[in-house]
Ligand binder design. Structure first.
Ligand SMILES: Cc1ncc(COP(=O)(O)O)c(C=O)c1O
Length: 447
């Protein structure tokens, strides 16, 4: 019998020798030197080779997540929400796994097209699509455009010469009780049309009056970090009823129902995440019941996960710059990145884990706050985390679950260029996006 078996309470004081695969890519392990490795490569080696801060992305994890969605929803179309993270390689991996892509700007569209994605598999979103971006999307031949406003119907009508499939975005007034910045399913917010409103009816009428616009269905997006699948069941009930009403009152026959994304991931061990088994069951049951109740044929369901595909595949590496013990206050571990590469803490109050990656965290630990290098007191990456008490400047800190809305939300505040994105897979690493340099910043500054 081991000491730990006799005194299990000792376990709570010990650093973990395992990584939690709810938060880390499934290919993560401690190597023979006690360092954290992903995809067969030690994170410390990546930090040495490419510098810090650096985003690391495990291709296998991204592909596994795509496959999980296809397995759980074999009849649905899975449309990856590119706003979470988009590079040419990522677009290639994801569409290679059979997913479509949703883009919300001309820039994302350009990246998807540059990656060679079939435009028919691209869906265009956006609450204020500029004319030039609509023009580029129509010219490229994107499969569907999700209409968000009456103005857009006018612009699109002027633009399209051949039939363009469109969906209409409706807000079904479902409150998922998330952070106000990501609550998009309630009526009083900027996206789409409130379901059942006079404006929504006017939009339906206007689209149906345009022979070149083909209203194939409806779209809704309830919010982000939703772990209760019942909200999607409710969305199905409300939207199928609406589809039946549109059939009865407008003589149209919408066939597609896009339920948006927003499936929660665990950022820290123990956080609630969306259970795909439950989500699939609830959507199926709600569809069966709603279609029977409204005598409406089953629409094709689309889901638009973003974060749930890429979040856990990403880890950010930082080098410790200095450690400050404030008398009577906190211990700050200041690293060489921060709110530029991870603005989610400042934006949403997001909470993260942070661990030392270049050695096994044995020995006594301290509670510390990992803070960034930028000129804001709110530039915090991870509050109250457990780190080795003997942590030194130069060591590598890894923050897991940073694959979504990090690279895509990054800024160059304080004149610090954005980090590179390093892909890892089967013992090989490769720069997917290079580091932004001072020369890049100067290239835009015309003097
Ligand atoms: C329309 C739409 N679809 C999908 C998503 C993806 O959300 P998530 O990354 O939380 O799955 C978003 C996120 O804002 C969105 O606005």
């Amino acid at each position: 019998m081991t000491l730990l078996e006799i005194f299990p309470s000792l376990r709570s004081g010990m650093p973990s020798t395992r990584v939690d695969t709810a938060v880390w890519p499934c290919e993560t392990h401690y190597d023979a030197l006690g360092r954290i490795a992903i995809g067969g490569i030690a994170l410390a080696d990546i930090a040495d080779q490419y510098g810090t801060p650096t985003y690391v992305l495990n291709e296998t994890e991204v592909r596994d997540r795509c496959r999980a969605y296809r397995r759980h929803f074999p009849e649905a179309e899975i449309i990856y929400a590119a706003k979470a993270l988009l590079t040419k390689s990522v677009a290639g991996w994801i569409t290679g796994e059979g997913l479509s892509i949703d883009v919300c700007s001309g820039g994302e569209l350009a990246i998807a097209l540059a990656a060679g994605i079939d435009p028919r598999r691209i869906v265009l979103h956006g609450s204020g699509k500029p004319f030039a971006e609509l023009e580029a999307a129509v010219a490229a031949g994107v499969g569907r455009i999700v209409i968000d406003s009456l103005t857009e119907i006018t612009l699109l009508s002027a633009l399209v010469s051949r039939t363009q499939q469109v969906l209409l975005r409706l807000s079904p007034d479902i409150d998922v009780h998330g952070h106000p910045a990501v609550k998009t399913g309630v009526a009083d917010q900027k996206f789409g049309f409130p379901l059942g409103s006079a404006e929504a009816d006017e939009a339906i009428e206007r689209v149906l009056r345009q022979p070149a616009l083909d209203l194939v269905g409806f779209h809704c997006h309830l919010g982000s970090q939703i772990h209760n699948p019942d909200h999607y069941g409710e969305a199905v009930r409300r939207l199928v009823a609406e589809m039946a009403r549109v059939r009865d009152e407008f003589g149209a026959m919408p066939t597609q129902l896009d339920l948006g994304g927003g499936h929660a991931v665990a950022y820290r061990s123990g956080d609630a995440e969306m259970n795909l088994y439950e989500l699939a069951d609830i959507i199926e049951d709600a569809l069966d019941a709603a279609c029977a109740r409204n005598r409406f044929p089953r629409p094709r369901i689309s889901l638009e996960p973003g974060r749930a595909i890429v979040a856990r595949a990403g880890v950010t590496l930082y080098r410790v710059m200095t450690i400050k013990h404030i008398e009577g206050g906190r211990t700050f571990v200041i690293v060489d990145g921060g709110m530029n590469d991870n603005p989610r803490v400042a934006l949403y109050g997001a909470r993260y884990d942070a661990v030392v990656a270049n050695r096994h965290p044995t020995g006594p630990q301290m509670t510390a706050t990992v803070a960034g290098r930028y000129c804001e007191a709110g530039d915090i990456l991870a509050a109250d985390v457990r780190l080795p008490a003997d942590l030194r400047p130069g060591e590598i800190i890894a923050v897991p679950c940073t694959g979504a809305y990090h690279h895509s939300l990054a800024s160059s505040y304080n004149g610090v260029g954005r980090p590179p994105l390093i892909g890892v897979r089967e013992g090989r690493s490769r720069e997917l996006v290079r580091r932004e340099t001072a020369a890049d910043l100067l290239a835009r500054d015309l003097g």
